[in-house]
Design a protein around this ligand. Structure first.
Ligand code: COI
Length: 365
């Protein structure tokens, strides 16, 4: 099905206990990340017999999850990360929703989950944000973070693709992902753990990839770092990605390099957008393998002048240092000029402060 096909009908059940306006404004004034949730959620069900059905925007609240639901045992689950942005004139927009919808379909295919039509994915986002529009913060770099997800809800312990699946979208007002704001983050090199292997699920946005990153992320924190970077599983040589973000390197001649998609790296929507924007800003861009030695030697020799991470939640975040068991190096205390330029260009598009020649923005209200 394509983006133009009709989405399934959506029932609306309004919350009878919405958060009062004063409390909501308090939450919006300091949202943090992933702490507060709006009054409603979108939910739809799929069964192998009836396909997608029973779409509803209903009051936010717990699911009743049977202890034998297969997601609890075999982790058949995928998710997306998106944002709704309030523009200066009060209207609310999201960024490239059909690209997230397509990735969601690819993740579903990898995890043997049913494909959700793009029209239903986009309609779910529209319905939830229109219902909870008052929860979209205004000002600064705030947004309403949107979390579509799908999980195996069949009550069955046999190991096979579930025949009952639930799709839902929740929304959470968000400030910067990193508590320090746009300060450069420090990165710990994971030498004992990999995130994804060839033929594995690295390119799918499934919960298991993030679960697998947590022990390495904990090691990063123990070593005083904000984030972890993973190398390829085969050779422990090529830089792949951080715990939940892609990585870019700016070279002395202004060219920009990011690890090429190799089946175990997540195809970030921000990653793809940064490549386009950087090219338009006059930077030569390339996607190719980058070894950890090239990173270390490049910073030491001055061939690599800036490093940054990117993702929906993190936007574009400068990387200030890399630390490993036997050493560390610093790429500077501030965001470099190229990182800052790309970051502002992306945010200008997302917040409607400049033209949108690609037609990336999708109006929600
Ligand atoms: C995002 O950037 O939206 C992500 O999904 C990364 C992380 C918050 C899990």
């Amino acid at each position: 099905m394509t983006a133009t096909s009709a989405a399934m009908p959506i029932l609306h059940q309004a919350s009878t206990t919405p958060v009062d306006a004063e409390r909501r404004e308090q939450m919006l004034s300091e949202p943090g990340f992933g702490r507060y949730f709006t009054d409603h959620m979108y939910v739809a069900e799929w069964t192998s017999e009836h396909g997608w059905h029973d779409a509803v925007v209903r009051p936010y609240g717990p699911f009743i999850v049977d202890p034998a639901s297969s997601v609890l045992h075999y982790a058949q689950e995928i998710f997306e990360g998106m944002k709704a942005y309030r523009h200066e004139d009060g209207s609310v927009w999201t960024f490239r929703p059909e690209v997230n919808a397509q990735r969601f379909q690819r993740s579903a295919a990898r995890m043997a989950l049913p494909e959700l039509p793009i029209a239903d994915f986009v309609a779910a986002i529209e319905a939830l944000v229109r219902t909870d529009e008052a929860w979209v913060p205004a000002g600064g770099e705030t947004s309403l973070y949107l979390r579509p997800f799908m999980f195996a809800s069949e009550v069955f312990l046999g190991v096979r693709p579930a025949r009952h699946v639930t799709f839902a979208v929740i929304a959470s007002p968000a400030g910067p992902y990193f508590p320090g704001g746009v300060q450069p983050v420090s990165i710990w090199l994971s030498e004992d753990y990999t995130r994804a292997a060839p033929g594995g699920t690295g390119a799918a946005k499934c919960g298991g990839n993030y679960a697998a990153s947590l022990i390495a992320q904990a090691e990063a924190i123990e070593n005083g770092c904000d984030q972890v970077v993973f190398l390829d599983a085969r050779n422990s040589r090529d830089v792949e990605e951080l715990g939940g973000m892609n990585i870019f390197f700016v070279q002395a001649d202004g060219s920009i390099v990011t690890p090429e998609l190799n089946g175990s790296i997540l195809e970030g929507v921000t990653r793809a957008s940064v490549l386009d924007l950087a090219g338009e800003l006059g930077h030569k861009t390339s996607e190719r393998p980058i070894t950890i030695d090239e990173w270390r030697d490049g910073v030491a020799s001055g061939d690599i002048v800036e490093v940054f991470a990117c993702g929906t939640a993190a936007v574009v975040t400068p990387v200030g240092s890399l630390k490993w068991r036997d050493g560390e190096l610093s790429s500077g205390p501030d965001a470099g000029p190229v990182t800052a330029q790309i970051r502002s260009r992306l945010l200008d598009v997302q917040y409607g402060r400049c033209g949108d020649p690609h037609g990336w923005m999708h109006r929600l209200t």
